[in-house]
Unconditional design. Structure first.
Length: 256
């Protein structure tokens, strides 16, 4: 699936803007069913993304300068901020950004996959949420500065954990409905999105066993145990139970 395809498919209105933050970062203008990519400098995309994620989509000018241009002095940093505002208005319209009383507010009709993802989870639309999560938050955004990078890491961690929890809940629901292949596909996505998470490996191994694919389950278990050994981590209690089940099933297969 192309980055943001799920979001673009659900976008409404004759003219709106879409910000893709989960996976490849991009900005697009949507006119009816047509999506036109909008090229923008990397820092401008970071500026838009940060404002779009803020409460009321608002931040102080000093904070934005500190986040995005920490290496600049105050005068130069505020000049760079004004240039970023000009770049956003050039792409999203004159009224897209309002600057007053030392604050910058994003006013553009801008939808984002991150907001849709969180909204879908809040509304219990887990299948839609899983479809919207197409990769880690602001993947490849680069080194903007300590403050901005810390914010990205924190938000990336939060969204990834939400996706893991969503995947686990949804896969269990699909399993109960007999949708074993769908559950397995989602389990693979969850594992691939964060291979360090043992719960995602457990989900994958259980899904393979439910499909009676014992050979693949054993192969994945070998990879998982090797990864644990190389990283010096111990298997969690629930993980040990699942790995033991896989080994038992493999011995039964050999004995058949």
């Amino acid at each position: 699936m192309a980055p943001g395809k799920s979001l673009l498919r659900h976008s409404v209105g004759p003219r709106a803007f879409v910000l893709i933050t989960l996976g490849m970062v991009s900005l697009a203008c949507v006119r009816s069913a047509l999506a036109m990519p909008l090229r923008a400098p990397r820092k401008v995309l970071g500026f838009i993304a940060h404002l779009a994620c803020r409460p009321r989509r608002r931040a102080s000018t000093d904070e934005l300068v500190e986040l995005l241009w920490p290496e600049r002095d105050s005068t130069t940093g505020h000049h760079d901020l004004r240039q970023a505002v000009w770049q956003v208005r050039k792409r999203l319209g004159r009224d897209a950004v309002v600057c007053q009383h030392g604050e910058v507010t994003l006013k553009a009709q801008l939808d984002s996959d991150r907001d849709r993802f969180l909204r879908a989870i809040d509304q219990g639309e887990l299948e839609q949420a899983a479809g919207l999560y197409e990769g880690e938050f602001l993947c490849g955004s680069g080194d903007f500065g300590p403050g901005f990078d810390q914010w990205v890491r924190s938000e990336r961690f939060r969204l990834a954990r939400l996706f893991q929890h969503t995947s686990e809940t949804l896969a269990q629901r699909w399993t109960a409905q007999g949708r074993f292949k769908d559950a397995l596909s989602l389990a693979r996505r969850a594992r691939d999105s964060d291979p360090a998470q043992q719960r995602s490996w457990r989900l994958l191994l259980r899904s393979l066993l439910l499909l009676n694919d014992r050979v693949q389950a054993a192969t994945e278990a070998d990879v998982f145990e090797r990864q644990l050994s190389l990283s010096g981590r111990d298997a969690e209690p629930d993980t040990r139970v699942v790995l033991s089940t896989v080994r038992t099933c493999c011995r039964e297969t050999v004995g058949e």
